[in-house]
Structures are given as structure tokens and as C-alpha cells.
Design a protein around this ligand. Sequence first.
Ligand SMILES: [Zn+2]
Length: 441
Amino acid sequence: MAYGVWRMGDGTGRASAALLALAIVASPLGAQAPPYPTKFSAALASDPAVSAALAWIDDHFDAQVEEWIHITEIPAPSRLETERAAYVAARFEELGLQVSIDSIGNVVARRAGTGGGPTVVFAAHLDTVHPLSADVTVTRRDGQLHAPGVFDNSASLANVLAAARAMAAADVATRGDVIFVGTAQEELGVVGMAYWLDANPGLADMLIALDGGLGPVPYGALGIYWSRLVFAGAGSHTNTSRGKPHPARAASRCILDVYDIPLPPPGAPVGAVYNVGMLRGGEVVNAIPEEVTVTVDLRTVDPRLLTQLDSAIVTACAAAARGEGVEFRRDWIQRMDAGGRPEDLADRRAHPLVQTAVDVLTHLGYDFGSRPEAIPTGSTDANAAVVRGIPAISVGRSLGRHQHTLREWADVASARIGTKQIVLLAAALAERSGSPVPRLP
Ligand SMILES: [Zn+2]
């Protein structure tokens, strides 16, 4: 989705993104020292059915890329995912999965387990930020696909369909159910995922969002509040403006006062950031504007800090409005709750879900380099699970860059890792049937 701190960077050069994450969470306090528990093992990777599924992915990769292009070329702006959803649902149905589309537009495909294992949910969002007018024709050059939405997130949809096919072809049975969800309205603030989780309480034991570039595994939930602060008055011609209520003066005072609100100092265990990004108002030069708006983007992983800072911002701007004699209100643009309290971070990192994903990526040849293997922030469908207390991570789809722009592109070859990791994660976490499962402490 749009706003993940790590996704402000890209799949190829994530160092800057990791640094920004550190500005928001310095470190998981009291984190258990590695090695963390994992459900990945060499035995699992060499399991005949799992090996066959991975080989199937290689053998059918050209067709996967063709399907990836096809999916990208089905326009799917948020709330208009219907056609893409129908395509994805039909493909899951061909595999004999139990498929439904819920009332908000999520595609849900259940792959029944043999019994006795945890239910693992893989979520890939259907929607893109690009309007229907965007030209989504894919061009292919230099081992890359170029088109709006090709990276975020049609790559993950193609990956998950290929992984599901490979598991079917190789008959990779799992004890637990595996549920594939193509989510609606992720780009509007994980709306579809939250809807599905609320409609199916207690169903998901673990959730893996398929989103973002390959890289460090996020296991937290960055809280993001986007507000529009509105200052309104009667307006007046300049000639008669002296002393009249003035929305622009109030907005100016609001901005200055917001930037006086103290943030945790550098090096604090949990940080926060905010920004005034948009200023709008006025129609003509020679009048007091009737309305001026200011947007604020506020982010932290600490739910209490998020609420406190949000309240401080709104209080300061309401006071600025009162001081200038104008009306004030706050309109929400987007609201994603935080789920990364310092006291929870160690537990989250120590959940086997996280290290399993790290181990799977490493096994598939992904090189973390100097970057962290896992980061305590996150901004994908996984956030909706984290804030509901469900263990959740996100894992990437391929390498790529410039998502949410018309210059978006994705590296083709690395999508093999993005696809194979789904099979390995499903086999490890939903527990491959008939195969020894690593016993966790
Ligand atoms: Zn996305």
C-alpha cells in the first residue's frame, strides 16, 4: 500500500527506508536475543511435495509472468476492484478451492487442511492507487515490467495464484487451513482486510500480507493518521477586512503551534513523526478566504503516543481557530491504528512467524546484506491483524521501484522468490501434513 515507511524506499535500495523506520522505532525493547524460534527446517525444504511445488513454479514461470501482465492490465482503483476480483476468484475456483466474494469485495479462497494445524491467511490487495484513466498497458524491457500497479500489487496476486497452483499440482497438504484473500480497498487504509477480520473473528491464527518489495520482514503496525483541518469564516473583501475573522491567519497559527508540539527526543525507544503536507484555501487575491485547509500526516507505532499527539494537534488548532474567531473542524482522510507498543515488540519478534519468513527468504537466496532481517514497523494489510492481536507480517513480491507513480516497475526474476516463499511459508506455518514439524519450545 501507500504509506509504509519501508515502502517509501524501494525493493532495490532499502537502506534509507530502514533508517526511517529506526526514526519511529529505535529497537524492540527487551527483544529476545537470537536465535528466534522458527518453523522452517531443511527437512521441510527437501520434502518431496514441497520440492515438487517449487520446481513447478520454475517450470511455469513464463505463464506466471503472462498472467502478471494480464492482471496489471485489469484496472482496479480502490472500490472498483470488481473485474480484477472476478478474475482472481475464477482462477482460485479452477483449483477446487472454496471461493467467495464478500460484500466489500474481498475474494476469499479456502484451501482446507487435513486437520489439527493453525489457520494461515495470505492477503494480497486487489486495488491500486491509479485511476481508471491511467494507462496500465505493461511494457517489458531489460528483465523488468513497467506499468502503473505492476509492482503494487498485481505482482503479489500473480505470485499467490502461482503458489496456489503449485501447491495443488504437487499436492502439498497442510494440517491447518490456508486461506488466500484478495483484499479490497487496501490503499484506502486496509479497509477490506479490517472488514474481513471483523467478519471472521478468531479464524486467522496467523496472517501474512503479500505486499511491498522483497526485504526486511515487517512485523509491527505503524499507526498513520491523516487529518484535514478546516478553518472557515464569512470572508470579506480586502477593503473591509480589518479585524474580521480570518481562516488563513488561524491556519497559519495552527501550523506554527503544531510544530511546537514536542516529539520524543532522538534516540527515544519509540519515536513519532508528523508533517503538514497540503495547504489549500482562497479563491481570489482581494478577499479573506472563506475556507482554508491544512493536512497533517501523523505516524508512530505507539498507540498511546498516536492518540496523545493527535489530540494535541487538534487542540492546538481548535485554539488557533477560536483566537481568530473562525470555525474549526477536523475531517479524517485516513486512520490506521498503531500496534507497536514497545512492550509488545519483543513478543512479536519472537513469534515463529517472523523468523520463519526470514529463514525462508534466506533459504531462497535473498540477501539481506547490511539491512535488518525484520523491522518492527509495517503498513500493509498485516496492520489490521496486528492491531487485533493476531500475529502478522508482510513479505515482499519482487524487487521494483516507483510504486504509486506512473513510472512503476518490477523486476521479473525476483518474483520467483516472492512466489516460492508463499509455498514454503504455507508448508511451514500451516504445517505440512505427514511430515515432521519442528517442535517449538
Ligand atoms: Zn500495496
